[in-house]
Unconditional design. Sequence first.
Length: 269
Amino acid sequence: MPDGLDVAIKRLVGGRNDSGFSAEIQTLGRIRHRNIVRLLGYVSNKDTNLLLYEYMPNGSLGEMLHGPKGAHLQWERRYTIALEAARGLCYLHHDCSPLIIHRDVKSNNILLGEDYEAHVADFGLAKFLQDAGASECMSSIAGSYGYIAPEYAYTLKVDEKSDVYSFGVVLLELIAGRKPVGEFGDGVDIVRWVRKMTSEQPQPSDPASVLAIVDPRLSEYPVTAVNHLFKVAMMCVEDESTARPSMREVVHMLTNPPQSAQWPSLLTF
């Protein structure tokens, strides 16, 4: 850009009636939050649509976490990313009117700025919902395999708790360093794998049972804090949507961990 500002350009093939393009400009064009990627402008013609965003030099969380640089994401940074992404989603669900459902929350749609600050991105599937707690019936499933809430897959009904489930999957990715699908055998996703691994421990209720799934690339981490994030993640991925917390509750839990999780002993490898 002439003023020296770096930008990212997203090119969408399609005309002015492209639904993904419309969703992006309708949502990002009206909201501002430090943990949501900023739309700087757009260009549209009959063949191509261009979206101009603020540039995120560290790419996506998914690329970072599951790529060769994953070892650079140590525990404190992972926890901060989780909290910042939660704040972005909380803003969409609780501070926008009408509230906004993202519908494609995943690690690849959380972008990392220069200091690894998290920004929720890609609003091509976003929907407005007039009333909190209400649901909207979709004509088909949209989203990314491994992140889709059970009730959405079975009933095509989506609400803000669908985003909460997807966010819980992201939290499990941050803890385990594994992709949501493709590493656990046919038909097994990260949620099922985590439930199996932790339930097979000698004392499943023991906070240390979470060690069975922790990313081995983490050189040191506070066991109590990891267990706290794990508990939040498992609440988010409850099969029953009504049993999941709201994103406001998630932010509160991540901002105010138990005292034992704030000053833990470190497990070092």
